[in-house]
Write a protein that binds this ligand. Structure first.
Ligand code: PMP
Length: 356
């Protein structure tokens, strides 16, 4: 007789909040994918050619140490190769960071609202998410975050620019914050959108990490480099942290396709910068039009905008879906909408002009 009893699983799983899936428009309307902050462009020059060659070796495991990509990153960032850990997307590295720092009951501190994976991954580890509300103008409240550090805090995450608001923390305030965090607490600067942060005051995490052994920078090839489907990101941190991250990785988690595409993408930097410039120009247009339509939008330095819609969020996302535009809704709170190509942005702006 098969038993009806479930196997015993970790109690922490009961408290894991689920991810909110993006609404996928149904029907036959052309779909504009503005829910995941993806790049609207195909891979950069040289990437597809390299992938075609690499694909022929799909019977082989990837290079375990991601050596070519690590060397390329080390040279470009002017950091030792031992300070780099490559991951299966930066989200995997964030999960590894929690794993290497937090025991059950320890605290992981971050602003809220921020990247939706942070509380999920924290709970998965049995740790406690401490979520410090953003200010009224949707910015990190670094003073409140500094005050929220306790004896149990093992990890602090600063998402800069912040997902989903697009707001940024300036250099001076970030440095003042880092000076207040105890040296035995790891601070993660999640810079998934850093290429879009076209502000001279935007702090470069890689500069901040150099003389701070408790700072770890996370970056990704999923956004400006347009390789979201290949799953590759990296961390920059001093050797003990970078080594622990490599220990905590799933073996062979970064495919050879991902490694080689990332290398080719780095070598196409000027084309990447041109695309970023085109997207930031579109971002300025979208923000201008939204303001002209009477919307209040937080100042965004990322490839998305945040509309605080409160109770009308789900209704708005449904209206967008009906018009073939997929956006990321956080019901009761707001919607995050990526900057896409001009046609997608126009479709989104038609939705906002109709939604009252
Ligand atoms: N950090 C932030 C702030 C993000 O928004 C995302 C993607 N939505 C990630 C990390 C993860 O990106 P990936 O795993 O594709 O590198």
């Amino acid at each position: 007789m098969p038993s009806t009893t479930s196997p015993r699983m970790r109690p922490a799983l009961d408290a894991v909040p689920g991810y909110t899936p993006a609404r996928v428009p149904d029907g036959t309307a052309p779909v504009h994918r503005l829910a995941a902050n993806e790049s609207p462009y195909p891979p950069l020059p040289g990437v597809l050619e390299r992938l075609a060659v690499t694909a022929q070796d799909a019977n082989r495991y990837p290079d375990f140490g991601c050596r070519e990509l690590t060397a390329e990153l080390a040279a470009r960032l002017d950091v030792p190769a031992a300070h780099i850990a490559v991951g299966t997307g930066s989200v995997a590295l964030a999960q590894q960071l929690i794993q290497i720092t937090a025991d059950p009951g320890d605290e992981v501190l971050f602003a809220w609202r921020s990247f939706e994976a942070y509380p999920v991954m924290t709970r998965l580890a049995g740790a406690v998410p401490v979520q410090v509300p953003l200010t009224a103008d949707e910015r990190h409240d670094l003073r409140a975050m500094a005050r929220a550090v306790t004896e149990r805090t093992r990890l602090v995450i600063v998402c800069n620019p912040n997902n989903p608001t697009g707001t940024v923390v300036g250099r001076a305030e970030l440095e003042a914050f880092l000076d207040q965090v105890p040296a035995d607490v790891l601070v993660v600067l999640d810079e998934a959108y850093v290429e879009f942060a076209d502000d001279p005051d935007h702090p470069d995490g890689v500069e901040l990490y150099r003389d701070r052994p408790n700072v770890c920078v996370l970056r990704t090839f999923s956004k400006a480099h347009g390789l979201a489907g290949l799953r590759v990101g990296y961390a920059v941190a001093h050797e003990p942290v970078a080594a622990a991250l490599r220990t905590a990785a799933v073996p062979f988690g970064v495919s050879q396709l991902a490694q080689d595409a990332a290398v080719a993408s780095l070598r196409a930097e000027s084309a990447m910068r041109e695309r970023v410039a085109a997207l930031t120009a579109e971002r300025a247009r979208v923000v201008r039009e939204l303001a002209a339509q009477g919307w209040t939008v937080a100042p965004t330095r990322a490839n998305f905008v945040w509309l605080r819609l409160g109770d009308r969020t789900a209704e708005f996302a449904d209206a967008c879906a009906a018009a073939g535009v997929s956006v990321m809704a956080f019901p009761g709170d707001g919607a995050r909408v990526s900057i896409g190509d001009a046609a997608a942005n126009d479709a989104f702006l038609r939705c906002t002009s109709r939604f009252r």
